[in-house]
Design a protein around this ligand. Sequence first.
Ligand SMILES: Nc1ncnc2c1ncn2[C@@H]1O[C@H](COP(=O)(O)OP(=O)(O)OP(=O)(O)O)[C@@H](O)[C@H]1O
Ligand SMILES: [Mg+2]
Length: 656
Amino acid sequence: MNEFERVGVDARHSPPGATIDPETSLGWLRRLRPVILEHRRALIVGVVAGLIALIAQVSVPAVARSAIDATREGSSGQLTTLVIVLVTLGLARFALGAAYRYALFEVAWGVETDLRALLYDHLTTLSFSYYDRTQSGEVISRANSDIRSIQVLLAFGPLILMSTIAFAIAFGFMLTIHVKLALVALCTLPFVYLFGQQLRLTVFPLTWVGQARMAELATIVDESVNGTRVVKSFAAEERQLNLLARSADHLRWVNNEAFRARSTWNPFIEALPRIGSAIVLLYGGLLAIDGQVTVGTLFAFNAYVVMLQAPFRMFGFLLLQSQRANAAATRVYAVLDEPAEIADAPNAPPMTRPQGVIRFDDVHFTYPGSAQKPTDADTNFNGHDSDARPAVLNGLTMSINAGETIAIVGRTGSGKSTIARLLARFYEADSGTISIDGHQVTDVTVASLRHYIGLVFDEPFLFSTSVYDNIAYGVPNASRVEVERAARAAQAHDFIMDLDDGYATVVGERGYTLSGGQRQRIAIARTLVENPAILILDDATSAIDVTVEEAIHHALDDLLASRTTILIAHRLSTIALADRVLLIEDGVVAAQGTHHELMATESRYVQILAETSDPPPAGSTNPDHPNPDRTNPDHTNPDHTNPDHTDPDHTDGDRS
Ligand SMILES: Nc1ncnc2c1ncn2[C@@H]1O[C@H](COP(=O)(O)OP(=O)(O)OP(=O)(O)O)[C@@H](O)[C@H]1O
Ligand SMILES: [Mg+2]
């Protein structure tokens, strides 16, 4: 149990040396230039080796021509020399061919890796609002197939361009020998291009659709796997299967159509070199009979006809692939150009450990955008849409003292979690100021701000590593003692020790091998390890027994006296732990005071508690009931609170 291994806590990633050109008006390849130039050495090696290899390749028929003609003249010495030259050319082509492929692919894979790293780096800077409106499948397909399209172009593009140069050289050579025969030899090439163009016209839109269908399928698979518990609980496997099958069928249709177009046009394209050969043999043969050209020339031209089809065909592929890469780059750049809305102000200092005085001053906030997929017409539409959205916070003003424990109470959807998100600067307030110890949250670095704010959500996300690594997530170099102390404070130590491997137990994906309450306690421990100056528990104890929750709050008191705590809760027993209660309604603090005061004076408070907690708290202000939770046979139901349980005094006694 002691020999656990820490998993994946050391940062090994060193970001690429360059990023894409930020100037959005440039072409995509131009914008990629800095990233490509990071690999300039391999690029130069590849291009030089490739050029030499291609020149060697196009020289072969020319040398062979001389060799064949040498046999006619009966010059065996010349023949031997020419054969040695041929062998040398072959060897050079072999060695350099390997070198340029290796170098060019090194560039292409290098750029692919860099782009992926850049994309991921940038994704980590994007704010919640970006993720609110983006589907995971989209991001996955951008990081995978889109970047792959760019890589393919980078690997083959230089190659094809170089063979085009070789083509020009060969054609020039042919012209010097026999102009007419050279032109006749090339007469099929326009058709190669035309048929290729037909093919591309059909295939290109299809591959485009295919990419979108891939992304759609990825989203469905992602949701089916991650949402499998919901799917199963509704016995909706059939429906999910149908969704998946329909999406897979769409993809099949696209791929089928694309392949049908290929099978229609490719035989034509493949037949063309043979037709070209036949024409060269016929016309060239007649010329040879006439004595105008040699047999060697005939041979060389025939070889060129076949050789020259390749760049022509590949040139079509290059056009197609560059369109595809262009589209892919547009999508990848759209992510990279997405501004990181929440970024450090220039020269923002890091926050030092605050006392925990929190002030919201006339804060207005409306969630940006809409949850739909961004489209081309998005900017306008969104602008319009957010106008239509109801404001969540409407001039909220509140202040919380250092070390105070505050409960925020309000109807569901009233903006309680939003307050926490704004404080941690997951979203930017539209107007008004939010400050901690007098420093506006926008004036300090985001990382330091979030370091001092410990936020625990109700649905904690655990990583599929050991319990230990999950707790030490925020402070990877935390000592065993610190981790255990946090776990004890979160009342998690005992059940962790009961797990098969104790702290080394690896939890299932998202922690699903643990109960909801256990997950919540690990999440609390994870936040406590950071020893935050401000602790926000957003419904974070909803799945934990009332008695255990109380124990957690006791432990919190011991762990650090000077901590500001914000409890967002529906449960009366939780609310009762607070020094003061803020009632949020219509985006403002509608009332505040101790639970008692509010119960006595605020009918809205009584009403909201009645709506949000069970059972209604009518007559709940009986101060004579010392510790009702333990006498309540139903206390294991976290939401079930006896009317008599709501007296905050009983906890005060325990806590001091
Ligand atoms: N990411 C988001 N994008 C758009 N609107 C949101 C987003 N999150 C919340 N909202 C909306 O903002 C309002 C306030 O949400 P918030 O999560 O703050 O409520 P809450 O008081 O925490 O509710 P609950 O008690 O149910 O947790 C709700 O109307 C909600 O629909
Ligand atoms: Mg909430």
